[in-house]
Write a new protein. Structure first.
Lengths: 393, 238
């Protein structure tokens, strides 16, 4: 009797229900979705409001109509930028979680991913196989290759440049990371030039199809604005979402994921549990690097041309996104990326429209992104979802 | 042969000479206590045993095997687990996840894991009620229970307990010490570090008194309780 009763209760607490597991995987994703919808809605309302207010100032075009016509495209652009920053930001935030330091070489890990994808496309093209290669298979293979190379490279970076400095003062590994960043930029440049890829490398892909029409919205009278999503943007968003689901599964459900969280919360105590802390830290770099590499491939496919310095700006913005979401917080990195991506897309598209082209929006998007960094650091250093324990950069 | 033995152990924090030649033994089935004031080196001794600190001199053996150059995550596998000073539970993991981390060296899919879980929940019924709660939201007493429970999940031969009474109400301390005694009677050897010498000597078989990194006294718990110096310095008796 007693034995039965105790094993029964053991079962209850020992095993998770499918429902709990699903919640652990999709809970953070729902949060991200909420921020996607929220950012899109709020920013749309703001630009529409602006359009209303400024309507009288323009006689040449109907500002409100102009605003509405490009709105769907801006939202899609915002999502693409958002998921780009989110996938890169995860690498920063995971490494910060376990080591409490900013891996400034992470932008270059991302760039290497882009180069691996481009190299894959180029070698297929040289074999004259590219045009007939199944597009979906190409994308999947390029992403996998990018993930493997970038993941391993990130792990090597940790082993060579950071682990020997584990007990050094905080600034030392930071400087080492900046050095690693410069080193990787020039290493890739050297390899790209030596192998004849050139400085600016075209990211060749099989034909990926054109735009998918999504629908039409009425913009007053009997006129309609049709909007569509570029297939490359669609690939980006879908791939990013799949990766985020995978990451949430890994971090929240598996034993290794729990070990990563344990190490992030208390390294010494984690080692007392029998967790090999060095191995977990290496694994964190592998995962973060792989996500960065995948983001690099997707970025390359989307923009078409890359060079060894493309990692710098997205890297810095993704770092901003990680801070915005609360550095060290994984869901925060995703959310921060989304918010920052939308903000940038809106500023890039609407600033010139509202100022009669006096401020070319694309240039000012960077200012918007980094103003956010400064504002967050001043007013809410723990970020949107920051944990109370956030400390010292 | 002693289960756990320290021979002339010297441990440093940088330049600071924290342990100045500690020698002690813990036999199978015993509760041995280390008492002493703040900074005497009690926690340092435990951290040296569990591998968080490496001694510069001397040796630590577990069942005859040297472990003083073995990293902490391997020492757990050899059969020593620790409930650290300040409890150090993982604040953003749930109670269940904390216990799973305690059992990290074993599979959580095995029947043994469930049996261990059930044993811990039976020792500390409070944890069963809190199983889905985040560790950081528990009260101090509950956190201490979780820290001990988590250490037990590794199925240790030797359990190291660092100041389980710290910051807890006397009634909770009594509960916890009763459970420590139960754990020992179920077959786990215990090395207990305590400032609360009164409580520690009441459940221990033997004890060592530490002062500035050295052992100044060792005896059975009963003799230490009646020792004049111990009474004056640690038991608050005149």
């Amino acid at each position: 009797m007693v034995v039965q009763a105790t094993t029964g209760s053991g079962h209850l607490v020992g095993q998770r229900s499918i429902k709990t597991i699903l919640l652990e995987i999709f809970g953070p994703l729902l949060q991200v979705l909420m921020f996607v919808l929220g950012s899109a809605t709020i920013l749309s309302l703001i630009v529409i409001l602006f359009a209303f207010v400024l309507r009288g100032s323009r006689t040449d075009i109907d500002l409100l109509q102009g605003t509405l016509i490009i709105l769907p495209q801006v939202i899609i652009d915002g999502m693409v930028r958002g998921f780009l920053f989110a996938t890169i930001a995860l690498g920063y935030t995971m490494v910060y979680g376990v080591l409490e330091f900013i891996n400034f070489a992470h932008g270059e890990i991302f760039m290497v991913g882009a180069f691996v994808g481009a190299g894959f496309g180029l070698s297929l093209a040289q074999q004259r196989m590219l045009a007939d290669f199944p597009p979906l298979l190409f994308v999947v293979l390029a992403i996998l290759l990018g993930m493997i190379v970038s993941g391993v490279l990130a792990m090597l970076t940790e082993r060579i440049a950071y682990r020997p400095l584990r007990n050094a003062p905080r600034l030392v590994p930071l400087i080492s990371a900046i050095g690693m960043s410069l080193f990787l930029q020039d290493l890739v440049r050297m390899i790209a030039l030596a192998t004849g890829m050139g400085f600016n490398v075209r990211f060749q892909t099989p034909p990926l199809g054109g735009s998918l029409p999504l629908g039409q919205i009425p913009i007053g009278g009997d006129r309609f604005a049709s909007f569509s999503i570029d297939s490359r943007a669609l690939i980006f968003i879908v791939a990013a979402i799949i990766m985020l689901i995978g990451l949430n599964y890994l971090i929240n459900v598996t034993r290794l994921g729990k070990a990563i969280r344990a190490v992030a919360q208390d390294r010494a105590t984690a080692s007392l549990m029998g967790i090999n802390v060095n191995r977990i830290i290496a694994l964190t770099f592998l995962i973060g690097g792989a996500l960065g590499g995948a983001a690099g491939v997707l970025f390359g496919i989307r923009v078409g041309t890359i060079n060894p310095y493309v990692g710098f700006l997205p890297g810095l913005k993704a770092f901003t996104a990680a801070v915005l979401g609360g550095i060290g917080n994984i869901t925060g990195a995703m959310v921060g990326g989304i918010v920052l991506g939308f903000l940038e897309a809106f500023v890039a598209s609407y600033l010139s429209l509202f100022t009669r082209g006096q401020f070319a929006g694309a240039n000012y998007a960077d200012i918007a992104a980094f103003s956010i960094l400064i504002l967050i650091l001043i007013f809410r250093p723990s970020g949107l979802l920051g944990e109370a324990t956030t400390q010292k950069v | 042969m002693a289960l756990l033995e320290l021979t002339n152990v010297h441990t440093y924090y940088g330049q600071i000479h924290a342990l100045k030649g500690i020698s002690l033994t813990v036999d199978q089935g015993e509760i041995v206590t280390l008492i002493g004031s703040n900074g005497a080196g009690k926690s340092t001794t435990l951290r040296t045993i569990s591998g968080l600190l490496t001694p510069r001199q001397g040796q630590v053996t577990l069942a005859g095997r040297r472990i003083d150059r073995v990293p902490p995550h391997t020492i757990v596998n050899l059969g020593i687990s620790q409930s650290p000073e300040g409890r150090r539970i993982f604040p953003r993991l749930t109670v269940l996840e904390n216990l799973e981390m305690g059992a990290y060296i074993h599979s959580t899919h095995s029947p043994e894991f469930r049996a261990d879980l059930d044993r811990v929940m039976t020792l500390f019924p409070r944890l069963r009620e809190r199983v889905k709660q985040k560790g950081g939201t528990l009260s101090g007493g509950e956190q201490q229970m979780l820290a001990i429970g988590r250490a037990l999940m590794a199925r240790p031969k030797v359990l190291l307990l660092d100041e389980p009474s710290m910051g807890l109400a006397p009634v909770i301390v009594e509960q916890i010490f009763d459970i420590i005694k139960d754990i020992n009677q179920q077959g786990t050897t215990i090395l207990l570090v305590e400032q609360n010498a009164l409580m520690a000597l009441a459940i221990a078989h033997r004890g060592y008194v530490l002062q500035s990194g050295k052992i100044v006294l060792e005896d059975t718990a009963a003799s230490l309780q009646s020792n004049e110096m111990v009474q004056k310095a640690y038991l608050g008796l005149d």
